[in-house]
Design a protein around this ligand. Structure first.
Ligand code: GSH
Length: 209
């Protein structure tokens, strides 16, 4: 059985969505935010971050995008991602990598700004720069969504869930929803999606409609 180490409001949101969409049972462990972490958690998550997924064979992996791609591979019937080899698969991989390497780190720079400067006075500048970097990244994804219902392929994939999770973390969601109408169009659909609504009830990513 899978075991998901997570925390409400964290990147565990998209992994929980993937497991639920795949219809596979899993154990869930809510990891308290503490530094240093418990040694057992540190052994599977050296950066003391969630999500971590322990696979049925006992191996544990970190990195939300890698976990999503792996789950899509292991549960192809759930259509969590476009089929390997398809043109849409290339889009899926591109956007998963873009979101986890550009947008997610920009979000972390905002919420953990003290880690990115040795100057206590510099925290504000780090936060401002983080928002500018988020804005640059979201604008690129918003352009990619123009005239499209979904980020990759013709149906919902984990890339869409990943995107709305990141959008919900924007420090100014009011402005985000106005600034990127294509992302907002996708997000508004997912705000009505039964599973997303259910997950949002425990993660409180956005105000429930
Ligand atoms: N690159 C990692 C980032 C994971 C991450 O930063 N998780 C946050 C929660 S959303 C966390 O655990 N932060 C605690 C910390 O960095 O101390 C991924 O994509 O899974």
């Amino acid at each position: 059985m899978y075991k998901l180490y997570t925390r409400p409001g964290s990147g565990g949101f998209v992994v929980e969505a993937a497991l639920a969409m795949a219809g596979v049972p899993f154990d869930q462990v809510d990891v308290p935010k503490k530094d240093p972490p418990d040694p057992a958690f540190h052994a599977i998550s050296p950066l003391n971050q969630v999500p971590v997924l322990t696979l049925p064979d006992g191996r544990s992996i970190t990195e939300s995008a890698a976990i999503c791609i792996l789950l899509a591979e292991r549960h192809p019937q759930a259509l969590l991602a476009p089929e390997p080899g398809s043109a849409a698969r290339a889009d899926f991989l591109r956007w998963m990598a873009f979101m986890s390497s550009v947008l997610y780190p920009a979000v972390l720079r905002f919420y953990y700004a003290h880690r990115y400067t040795s100057d206590a006075e510099g925290v504000r500048s780090v936060k401002e720069a983080a928002i500018a970097e988020m804005d640059r990244g979201f604008a690129i994804v918003d352009d990619a969504l123009a005239g499209r219902d979904w980020l990759a392929g013709e149906t919902l994939s984990l890339a869409d869930v990943y995107l709305v999770m990141l959008a919900a973390w924007h420090p100014d969601t009011e402005r985000a929803r106005m600034a990127w109408p294509n992302i907002e169009r996708l997000w508004s659909k997912l705000r009505q999606h039964e599973l997303m609504r259910k997950l949002n009830a425990s993660h409180e990513m956005w105000p429930q409609e």
